[in-house]
Write a protein that binds this ligand. Structure first.
Ligand code: CDP
Ligand code: MG
Length: 139
């Protein structure tokens, strides 16, 4: 079954929306294959967001992502990569559709509550930044 990496970002964590967001994934029928709480440091942020290094917003993005605890999860299900991106909504909550997680909980185009992998290649790469095989329960 397909897997994707999800991060509940520091803004949603600080606003006490961890439970609300996990509930949405479970109600949609996605299975949790792995989960942990951690605080990113600048090095981890640079690995996860490598493609964004050098962009004008990168320093602020890195500062935001390292500002507090996050929850990292591997979700599993049919077409989970695409379906979780749809469930999250557009990057900027102003553009996100009604009922999406970002429409509900994001406060800006940076502080946008959640991350999800955007392709099978990024899912494979990102899952293994946060989890090793013994931490993933995908039977
Ligand atoms: O997260 P998503 O794949 O929807 O968007 P992205 O374009 O890959 O950007 C990654 C993250 O960088 C976003 O989710 C925002 O938190 C942040 N970002 C930002 O702070 N300022 C921008 N102009 C664009 C993105
Ligand atoms: Mg992206």
């Amino acid at each position: 079954m397909e897997k994707t990496l999800v991060l509940i970002k520091p803004d949603a964590f600080a606003a006490h929306h961890v439970g609300d967001i996990i509930k949405i994934y479970e109600e949609k029928g996605f299975r949790i294959a792995a989960m942990k709480m951690l605080k990113m440091d600048r090095r981890l942020a640079s690995i996860h967001y490598a493609e964004h290094i050098g962009r004008p917003y990168y320093e602020d993005l890195s500062g935001f992502m390292t500002s507090g605890p996050i929850v990292a999860m591997v979700l599993m299900g049919d077409d989970v990569i695409h379906r979780v991106r749809e469930l999250h909504g557009k990057t900027n909550p102003a553009d996100a559709a009604e009922g999406t997680i970002r429409k509900l909980y994001a406060t800006s185009g940076r502080r946008n509550a959640v991350h999800a992998s955007d392709s099978p290649e990024s899912a494979e790469r990102e899952i293994h930044i946060f989890f090793n095989e013994t931490e993933i329960y995908d039977e």
